[in-house]
Ligand binder design. Sequence first.
Ligand code: KDG
Length: 309
Amino acid sequence: QQLVTIGETMVSFVPQSNEPLRYGTTLKMCIAGAESNTAVGIQKLGGTASFITRLGDDCFGQYILRMIRAEGVDTAHIKFDPEHPTGIMFKEPLPNQETAVHYYRLDSAASHMTPDDIPEDSIKSAEIFHFSGITPILGKSCRDTIYSAIETAKSGKTAISFDPNIRKKLWKDQDFTALMKELASMSDYVLLGLEEAAVLYGTKEISRIISNVFSSSSVKFLAVKNGSAGAWVCDSDHTFFIPPVDCRCIEPTGAGDAFNAGFLSGILKSKPLEICGTIAAVCGSKATETPGDIESLITERELNDILNH
Ligand code: KDG
């Protein structure tokens, strides 16, 4: 596969109206998970992706497997854990067009992943190993799993792609800033939000973010995402501002993962850096047009139609 990624996928219950959950709004069953979102995004853009996780041996785990496999993602290395449940989450609309997330994922199957769950060959044979900062904070065994996958990627020719995906709700009272910075410094591609850059590097000034991130010699490309205000894509010598793309935003969760899928699919097709940024911006903006995370990830044909008009 071109891209391999490891993470937790949850069943996500998505409200069908703007009512707060405490009034018993109708919910639709969807899937959510930063890494599986990106894997599905790559696959829809004509690439090949493999997703590694543990699911509970329950109806939710079976649903997630069906959903991911239906998109063509390689699921051969997904394991079912008979002892722990599949994580679930609920989205709740907030008055200011933002979304609150309620997690029920403590002690989930995915949080019990271990380095033994990761087939070395599939990491070594991939062009890119992508992960987010969510997985290594799910627990010690998940952290070990990610470090082991990084080591395997580094022992081969697999590029490492990292998005810190900071979820303060999961950080609770722990500070994972140092861990996130270390993981970024070990990566080839660092894809992060402007707000996340401010948390990690104490600045929102793009030139200072660039000098912080590129102080590690392993980093080759950086993307800084700023939602509806656009993005920057950089290598150590060039910075391109990528203007925002028009969309009819309904719910923004997952836009960053879609941006990553677009960016990495451009890299996989050896496109110039600025074009990778443009593809990423189109994918990210279009991903906001449905309430779920993956339903509005665009296909290669849709991308080409947008780029050509
Ligand atoms: O990036 C979107 C993710 O945040 C969402 O799909 C859920 O992965 C998720 C998480 O752990 O919050």
